[in-house]
Design a protein around this ligand. Sequence first.
Ligand code: 5GP
Ligand code: ZN
Length: 106
Amino acid sequence: MDNCIFCKISKKDIPSKIIYEDEDIFVFHDINPAAEVHFLLIPKLHITNMLELNDTHQILMGKMIILANKLANEYGLSNGYKTQINTGKNGGQEVYHLHIHVFGNK
Ligand code: 5GP
Ligand code: ZN
């Protein structure tokens, strides 16, 4: 997606504080953190939001959730953390590229 800020971030056309990257997933610090630790996991594939998900995304979404927990632990959130996925207008989504928020205090 040409005009998508998170596609640009995952292609490194826009800089971000990168936490993790593989061929399917990109993880970076939220620019406006809601807690001591706050990062976003996104698929490299442009998926607008949860409303667009189908069975072909099963493995990808599973990988993202498992990775979210692994990275939360690595970033000091082993006592727990919050996850959030905002979906669409009524879900308060601001950036229309699916992302999982992970945030919390150590
Ligand atoms: P949403 O409300 O769509 O779930 O959340 C979008 C999140 O993306 C917000 O927490 C916001 O701070 C973050 N964000 C928006 N633009 C950028 C950016 O250019 N870089 C980074 N690192 N985070 C961003
Ligand atoms: Zn995108």
